[in-house]
Ligand binder design. Sequence first.
Ligand code: SAH
Length: 514
Amino acid sequence: MASKTKSKSRSEGERGKVYLVGAGPGDLGLVTLRAKQCIEQADVIVHDHLANPEMLGWARDDAEIIYAGKRAGEHLLSQQEINTLLVEKACGGKQVVRLKGGDPFVFGRGAEEAKAIVDAGIEFEIVPGITSAIAGPAYAGIPVTHRAENSHVTFFTGHEDPGKTESAIDYAALAKLGGTQVMLMGVERLEPITREMLKQGVREDLPVALVRWGTTGRQETLTGTLKNIAPRAADRGFQAPAVAVFGEVVALRESLNWYEKRPLSGKRIVVTRSRKQASALSGKLRALGAHVFELPTIRIEPPADLREFAELVQDAHAYDWIIFTSANGVEAFFEIFFKLYDDAREIGGAKIAAIGAATTQRVKDFRLHVDLQPDEFIAEAVVREFRKQGGVENLRVLLVRAEKGRDVLLKQLSALGAIVDEGFAYRTVPETRDTTGARQQLLEEGADLITFTSSSTVENFLALGVPWPKGMRVASIGPITSKTARDHGLKIDVEASRHDIDGLVQAIRDFFER
Ligand code: SAH
């Protein structure tokens, strides 16, 4: 359980700092390294609707996370309240990250926030982000410039500050200027805007594209011409957030569309794992185009009796075998081991067995050899392997495991004559918080598939009591997880034949390709 939580010693009265951080357009891979660093060290994070909430998983466990809104029709905090909040937190000595979708200085009122901060005499830093104005089109296969098509790009807003006069955007000038024009906000006002452009003499058949939720797993693109795009968008109920691209470059999408063609494009998949573990599975599904809801159902916590576990770890060298049943167990074990000892050789002559590829990998990460890795990743297979290796009679075995879990290994190894100590390395508790808003999103938007990677993820998901979205299928990592799911009345649609993350991803791919 390598904890990211580091308490920093800051002297009393020290002033804080505000980081206005661009969260990028949605794809987690499009966040800058600097933004990630800022999130990791923040005391307070103030985020809004367009910043991908998954990145809050990088925050320290003790960071204060504040959702500032705003979705259409839902303003949690007014701009004035946000400004005040940032100033107050920084005056309290906090490192404050203000996380804003795209780039903080592109149509996001970042400039106003920066002004409020500087007026309050507070130190600040700007971390630019990749703006949706460029990334949205790029992920739809539309380069905002092309040497043969245009030599300038204009960004404009379709959502006027209500305080401004009606004609703040000079559509006559835009019409004359030509080039590529990218509009942020204002898909709701597409009809009057395109009408105005036509009135100013822009040609009717100018290619136009709307890119909704660009660079995320739920990206959708609608193309048309200046004349027909507004009725098309209305027909389809095409909603914000979207960028609109006006210009010849839109036609390049014909050949350059890439993102929407990946194997899992458009599939909404729920990943149920503890927050820290989810990234491997989610990352792989996202790379194939899926829209992943990371729904943490469990959280890893220290065991009820950490001291007892630590004593077993201290005596690790006295065992003939140490058996790890999960990557969490490996982490918890070595976290303590290296607090007690500064030399890996203190593990003595103990041999190591690991169940599952991820567990094995975690052991190898600590530069230790895995002596026994059953070819099937289930406990029964471990017993079979030990039998093959001449048995375990009178051997001392340390079984590193979760507090709750199956005790088949203990029973069977004891039956074979082994002297087994169980080390409870950690416990899993239901994750009842919804810090990333994933649960809310699942309720609102539904999903195509849910993944279960262990029996406890099944049990914990069901324990959350989230209504089952209509038509949501089930993918399981292996027979034991499937059995648990069936026992709870679920039907298994996909079961991995290799019981690890890669095996599960492959099975899901095959399922949707069929
Ligand atoms: N600072 C942001 C823009 C904030 S204004 C940036 O640089 O991207 C909000 C508008 O941005 C939305 O109305 C929409 O037009 C656009 N937008 C933000 N994220 C988007 C996304 N993922 N896909 C499409 N449009 C997006």
